[in-house]
Design a binder for this molecule. Sequence first.
Ligand code: PLP
Length: 363
Amino acid sequence: MERDLAELMTNLCEEEYANPNSMHSFGVKQARRLEEARERVARCLSVDPREIFFTSCATETINWILRSSVFFRGKRKKIVTTSIEHKAVLNTLRDLKTISNIEYHAVSPESDGIVSVDKLLNEVDDETFLVSVMAANNVTGAIQPYEEIGKALREKDVLYHVDAVQTIGKIPFNLQKGLCDYASFSAHKFHGPKGVGIAFVKRGSPIKPFITGGGQERGMRAGTQNVPGALVTSIAMQRAIEDMETSSRRLRYLQKEIVESVKALGGAVNTPDDSISNTVNASFAGIRSEVLVNALSEEGVYLGTSSACSSRSDGGQYVLDEMGVDPSLASCSIRISMSRFTTEEDVAILIEKLKKTVPLLKF
Ligand code: PLP
């Protein structure tokens, strides 16, 4: 998080501690702050503020949307998704399959990590009530054809959720043209605080309250709202989007440098060419991910073996498996992530440490 935003957050916690649901003027000020945050997020996404809800993380948003859709399915039984979704989607669907009488079909990607539009649409039939697709994959950075899928679904009576967690500040994400019914976002992916998620719910699309209680978030998600978190998130989102063109051009250049260095060291690159510009997924045959990640960590370079949010369970290797990457390479994969604050110097250090560490671990 940027220093001024961290300071703003601290200040809001220290000085503006009133409950936004209180009737007194101190509370009303907090309610106004919350609405200011909602309006800023809505402007960033070109939607109506009434379509924006604050949650605690993208996993919560995803749970809400998927579980709610089951309530409105009528007699239909099927959800179509991809096999490379984040576990927030895949494990929720697995749970829904056991507790509700539904089934889901997860379409595998092609070898470049991108799902075929035709293959996915072929699965959408009269039984389908929801399609859930990620905009960009968190393990490889591969951008998915979520816009094309959205266009095709417009003619069908099917709800559409886009996991847009990896989009903000990385690729333009435009909800203006009615792309989807629902979208999910996470503040810490664009230098906002941890513990804030956002749900976009298109006006008119069916939605059921997720957390019942005091009626906050227009009755959809009860519980006292995290005003400092929401406000700082909205500013971080605006900054990430405003800076996107400049930062992604710069990151694209750094990404190419990393890719070339990985190849020069005999590594394989698992990220396709037109991916989001901050991610490089690579494998060095014979060096298991955790060994390389630990060795680089000793050198002050912190990489992921996959997606940071699930790497303590079974990581993101399933994504590479689904792409058909050889298991011996998949188990050696590392995820190099940059942010808009990553400098050329940071990348030079990374490359230097890779050059030092990889040959040592190979022998
Ligand atoms: N979806 C994607 C694509 C992600 O990358 C992540 C986390 O990295 C999530 C969902 C879950 O987000 P959160 O950690 O806010 O629950």
